[in-house]
Design a protein around this ligand. Structure first.
Ligand code: NAP
Length: 251
């Protein structure tokens, strides 16, 4: 199945759906005229129409007109939506739930997504989804049990990274650098480090060791971070977010 011929539907047209659709359109994976989004109100739908997508207030219409359907309502709405659309779901449909996953910022910018397939989703469907979502960033298929961990690591993780970037910049401000410049340098430092991690595939501990001159500045700084238990704190943060995502999925 050619991606360009795909008809992609979104049930729920809010921030997550909008971010994903923009990624797909920007990458030319699907023409806007093949995208149909539904929501009860026009609040979000106007923006979809402005970008050339079609819209409706009828969720069933999305199922009738689309092969690949993203369910992008808030989790507590989803059970009712599933009841509503069930009669229209056929074997040709690929249904993807966004109810657990990643933040919009992750989708739009630092795209790192995972998906797990249901029992009737085959290799073809998984490959198609991976090819589409890869246009929005890194995309990996994982066992379902990893989905909540991914939320703790990446979905919420962008916020930990922003906090770290803020702290880096504040340190430089404390030492006399203007805030704007410090923020830009902090962001560039994170970007560079992330690129090297991805490009080399090396363990971060090895990369960290490589930049530590014996007796130098970096090892002195790392000693302070270890005294502040940065590693244990971040591990606790990932654990807390993962557990919270699990609790929310059970509600
Ligand atoms: N785990 C994570 O890290 C994470 C992070 C972010 C988001 N998410 C998930 O992504 C999903 C969407 O989040 P969001 O931030 O995009 O929410 P959002 O911006 O509030 O959008 C929700 C959309 O659903 C629509 N909607 C409400 N009731 C509906 C119904 N009965 N049928 C069809 N559409 C309906 C809303 O309509 P109106 O336009 O009329 O209001 C809105 O367009 C959620 O399940 C959320 O949990 C997960």
């Amino acid at each position: 199945m050619e991606a360009v011929e795909l008809r992609v539907g979104f049930v729920g047209a809010g921030r997550m759906a909008g971010g994903l659709a923009r990624g797909l359109l920007r990458a030319g994976k699907v023409p806007a005229s093949n995208v149909l989004a539904s929501a009860p109100s026009d609040k979000n739908l106007d923006a979809w129409q402005e970008s050339g997508c079609r819209t409706t207030h009828c969720n069933l219409e999305v199922l009738q007109e689309s092969t690949l359907v993203f369910l992008a309502t808030k989790p507590h709405i989803l059970p009712g939506v599933l009841q509503e659309i069930r009669p229209a779901v056929g074997p040709h449909h690929i249904i993807v739930s966004l109810a657990a996953g990643v933040t919009l910022q992750t989708l739009q910018r630092a795209g790192a997504m995972v998906f797990a397939r249901g029992s009737s989703a085959g290799d073809g469907e998984a490959a198609l989804l991976k090819s589409l979502l890869s246009s929005c960033g890194l995309c990996e298929e994982v066992p379902e049990s990893y989905i909540n961990i991914h939320t703790g690591l990446s979905g919420s993780g962008v916020a930990y990274v922003y906090l770290f970037a803020e702290a880096l910049a504040e340190g430089a401000v404390k030492m006399g650098m203007p805030g704007g410049l410090a923020s830009r340098i902090a962001a560039q430092t994170l970007l560079g480090a992330a690129k090297i991690m991805l490009e080399t595939g090396e363990h971060p501990a090895k990369l960290r060791g490589d930049v530590c001159t014996p007796g130098g500045t970096t090892i002195h700084a790392l000693h302070q971070l270890e005294k502040g238990a940065l590693r244990a704190t971040v591990m606790n943060a990932v654990e807390a977010a993962t557990n919270r995502a699990r609790d929310m999925a059970e509600d």
